[in-house]
Design a protein around this ligand. Structure first.
Ligand code: PLP
Length: 382
């Protein structure tokens, strides 16, 4: 029997080989001209004044908080539905994470729960555009501005996503994009931070490379990543168009399947579908069994992530050597006696992980594969 082969992502080719070769031949691998060029091009693409290339997005999130002087005794609000780095960066600065519920449609930070989570200790809000679907950033911004709290956008999944024609990564004071191998703009390992604020730019620029007066790090991007980033950026729009076409085609093929719903972005928004999200509308089905059948057929589909507030980082069995920021003497806020895993976040608990599936539709995935996936999904959910 012929086994169906879903295209892999990413697929590096001649352009990438040329870029890497250029770096090797230049004998300059440590961050230099290639990184600078990529930073300028990326800032222009996003519509930000400044961009700084880093080793990965986790570096970016950490430096964003460091640049805002966030530390012991401070609270940072973050969604509980994301990759661990969106929240572990708060621990890196010894600050207290305050987990916010997600909004049902965008699955990003919920603006109305955000209002309830703000205190006089809140020093930043981290908003994640999950899987390329823009969070409710306009409403979140309204709340943040009312309380004069800076927003950090984690746009690690959202290279090219938009709200009202404006790109994700331009709404917050600082934004962070991952360029990890699996991401839509893929350089192996890499990250890039954007801002319009000159002081923040200068601060992150210093913090990224050790040896300055203030504690600073070695978080630089390599020339290889800078050169690969230029190629990726050049191809990004075409590839995003393909992801969007694939998502819409899939949604159309599955529109009559009543047990599930393919989530498409709202009219005024553009999701770049880093993954297409499929919501399960019925209860009492064994998702794991269904998923394993689809995965056996070679379809890159999986259950979405577990809630962060239940992660061992926030519920350690053994007290870490550096202590827990919410137990610090300097902190007397509402998280002081909280057991993170017991937090009540209704939508997070409903959707994560067992109500949402992720399907990857990166190019060269096209109609043929989407039709195959739709056929198999229909067989299972009919
Ligand atoms: C939403 C989100 N933020 C941050 C990161 C961290 O990215 P990096 O691997 O570049 O550090 C990831 C990684 O998958 C992510 O998905």
């Amino acid at each position: 029997m012929k086994i169906f082969k879903w295209p892999t992502w990413p697929q590096y080719g001649r352009e990438e080989a040329r870029a890497v070769n250029r770096v090797v031949k230049s004998n300059q691998i440590f961050a230099d001209k290639e990184v600078k060029k990529f930073e300028i091009l990326f800032a222009k693409y996003v519509g930000a004044k400044y961009a700084i290339g880093l080793g990965n997005a986790t570096h970016g999130l950490h430096l964003a908080l460091a640049a805002l002087n966030i530390g012991e005794g401070d609270e940072v609000i973050v969604t509980s539905y994301s990759w661990i780095s969106s929240a572990s960066c708060i621990l890196m600065q010894n600050a207290v994470p305050v987990f916010c519920d997600i909004e049902k449609i965008s699955l990003g930070l919920c603006p109305s729960d955000l209002v309830k989570k703000i205190s006089n200790k809140t020093k930043a809000i981290i908003v994640v555009h999950m899987f390329g679907y823009p969070a409710r950033i306009l409403q979140i911004k309204e709340v943040a501005e009312k309380f004069s709290i800076p927003i950090i956008e984690d746009a690690s999944h959202a290279h090219g996503s938009e709200v009202n024609g404006r790109k994700a990564g331009t709404f917050g004071l600082i934004s962070v994009f991952s360029l990890h191998q699996r991401k839509a703009l893929s350089v192996g390992d890499g990250g890039i931070v954007c801002t319009n604020d000159k002081d923040i730019f200068n601060k992150i620029w210093k913090l990224r490379s050790f040896g300055h007066e203030e504690l600073s790090y070695n978080y630089r991007m390599t020339e290889f990543a800078g050169a690969l980033g230029q190629v990726g950026l050049n191809n990004l729009e075409g590839q995003n168009d393909q992801r969007i076409k694939n998502a819409i085609y899939l949604a159309n093929l599955l529109k009559d399947v009543r047990k599930i719903k393919v989530r498409l972005s709202n009219k005024n928004e553009k999701s770049v579908y880093y993954a297409v999200l499929i919501e399960i509308l019925v209860k009492n089905i064994n998702i794991k069994v269904m998923l394993s059948k689809l995965q056996k057929d070679g379809i890159p589909i999986r259950e979405t992530w577990s809630p962060l507030h239940k992660h061992p980082h926030f519920n350690p069995k053994v007290l870490p050597a550096r202590g827990l920021p919410w137990k610090s003497e300097k902190y007397d806020g509402t998280m002081k006696n909280v057991i993170y895993k017991n937090l009540v976040l209704d939508n997070v608990n409903t959707f994560c992980p067992n109500k949402i599936l992720e399907l990857y539709v990166h190019p060269p995935t096209s109609k043929k594969e989407i039709e195959f996936a739709a056929k198999k999904i229909i067989e299972i959910f009919k």
